[in-house]
Design a protein around this ligand. Structure first.
Ligand code: UGA
Length: 483
């Protein structure tokens, strides 16, 4: 797509992880020429040959649409940097032992870019980095002998969620560009012009979402430091919201109220908003745990004690433990119990198992001597790296196979299909009809009506009335179950 007044920019994206690959595909989608660089040769080969290394809605379509045309893959950072007007750094910033972000990949890439610079470049931080990283990148490039007027370092944080990353990129709530010079700011604005002008949303093949030609996303231009802080503060605030509702859930559970009703009531206040108020087994993923720790560390280094974030982390750890205690309270003992598990990824819609509360729970179950059969629509292969298949750790091909003859079924993430199970079939499949739901996907009354003992988060536990022939006798036989 190229409209009058909209420039096609040549972009290099360094790093083809979740953020880099999605950004590369989406920049190509809005009309730019993109060279995606990674030092992992096998990954580059896969991408060139049409493979899609991550599970992300619309990504296969966008890669297929632009690969070999506006989008290319290479290991040659130097050539890509020389061809590009804007160079995005989207490499990993893992957590170091102290909790701070490990910026060694960013540092290495900055030096390599410096050695390649032969004309004016805008270098863009896309990775989540602490405030002042911008200044460090500048210093590294200057140390390599590049004159100041040959480059600008900017910050353009990404707010995409795994699973909905493409829609979040192309249909964002807002775009944030942090730049110190007008020249760099203009280039970044021109990159996003197809979105901010609304032109992209006119296209028939546009990825659908909440924005439109009449309601394009706003772009906020800030200083580079503000942009860096916006990213960390956004993630820390969202994690705080989750820990807050999880504590409220624990109060609800003790008091006999339903946290779903309470969250609805809180969220109807437009100052609070309804999103990220879903109680559960705690947050996970590659971002919140790492970024909360990193932001707390940033605060510390500038002399501010952000004790609130320590509490947010503590609550999140305790929430996983509480859920485990809930399983114990339903099963009494663990040894040799057969447990069905639905969900291994850190949330539904992704194959990512990094910092997944689900894996945490499964590891504890195995440690206690349980036999686990797990199902996840996308995360099985990745889980096997951490939990290799064995006599105790089994993987199933569908939810009912995971539940087969189990003493209880756990729901540990929120894939849509986990909330749409055939309850009669599930009841028949389980050895005992016990469901412990860490994501509140079902209404307690409905589960009780269907004959389940149902425990969830922040809602009064509901149990099948005791049966004289055994508390958990099956309510149905094979013949009367609708399978
Ligand atoms: C998060 C942010 O939402 C993105 O805006 C940000 O760009 C991204 O981190 C990042 O920094 O790269 P993501 O980690 O993909 O995105 O996942 P979320 O959808 O935010 O969920 C994070 C965790 O919180 C999951 O474990 C999820 O199950 C949990 N969660 C989320 C809750 O427990 N309750 C909620 O109400 C919402």
């Amino acid at each position: 797509m190229r409209e009058a007044g909209m420039e096609s920019v040549t972009i290099a994206v360094v790093g083809s992880g979740y953020v880099g690959l999605v950004a590369a595909a989406c920049f190509a989608e809005i009309g730019h020429r993109v060279i995606c660089v990674d030092n992992d040769e096998s990954k580059v080969k896969t991408l060139r040959e049409g493979g899609v290394p991550i599970h992300e809605e619309y990504l296969p379509e966008l890669l297929a649409r632009h690969r070999g045309d506006r989008l290319e893959f290479t290991t040659d950072l130097r050539a890509a940097a020389q061809a590009a007007q804007a160079i995005f750094i989207a490499v990993g910033t893992p957590q170091s032992r102290t909790g701070s972000a490990d910026l060694s990949y960013v540092d290495a890439v900055a030096s390599e870019i410096a050695r390649a610079i032969d004309s004016y470049k805008v270098i863009v931080e896309k990775s989540t980095v602490p405030v002042y990283t911008n200044e460090w990148i500048r210093r590294v490039i200057e140390r390599n002998g590049v004159p100041t007027e040959m480059f600008d370092v900017t910050s353009n944080p990404e707010f995409l969620r795994e699973g909905t990353a493409v829609v979040d990129f192309l249909q964002p709530d807002r775009l944030v560009v942090g730049a110190a010079t007008e020249r760099a700011s203009q280039l970044l604005k021109s990159l996003y012009a197809p979105l901010t002008s609304g032109e992209y949303y006119k296209l028939t093949q546009a990825v659908p979402g909440p924005c439109s030609e009449k309601m394009p996303p706003p772009l906020l231009a800030t200083s580079t430091k503000a942009a860096e802080i916006i990213k960390h503060a956004s993630n820390a605030f969202l994690a705080t919201k989750i820990s807050f509702i999880n504590v409220v859930a624990n109060i609800c559970e003790a008091a006999g109220a339903d946290v779903e009703e309470v969250a609805r009531g809180i969220g109807m206040d437009s100052r609070i908003g309804p999103k990220f108020l879903r109680a559960g087994v705690g947050y996970g993923g590659s971002c919140f745990p790492k970024d909360v720790a990193a932001f707390r560390h940033v605060a510390e280094t500038v002399g501010v004690d952000f004790g609130l974030l320590r509490e947010v982390e503590k609550i999140n750890e305790e929430q996983k433990l509480r859920f485990f205690q809930k399983i114990r309270s339903a099963l009494w003992t663990f040894r040799a119990k057969k447990i069905g598990v639905l969900g291994l990824a850190f949330k539904g819609g992704t194959d990512d198992v990094r910092e997944s509360p689900a894996l945490d729970v499964v590891k504890r179950l195995l440690h206690e001597g349980c036999i686990v059969t797990a199902f996840d629509p996308a995360a099985t292969e990745r889980s096997k790296e951490f939990l290799p298949p064995s006599a105790e750790m089994r993987y199933a091909d569908d939810p009912y196979a995971a539940a087969q003859d189990a003493d209880a079924l756990l729901i540990l993430n929120d894939w849509q299909e986990f909330g749409e199970l055939d309850l009669a079939k599930l009841h028949y499949t389980l050895r005992y009809p016990i469901v412990i739901d860490g994501r509140n996907l079902y209404a307690p009354a409905q589960m009780i009506e269907q004959g389940f003992t149902y425990l969830s988060v922040g809602r009064p536990g509901l149990q099948q009335p005791a049966d004289p022939s055994g508390a958990f006798r099956r309510a149905q036989t094979k013949d009367d179950a609708t399978v």
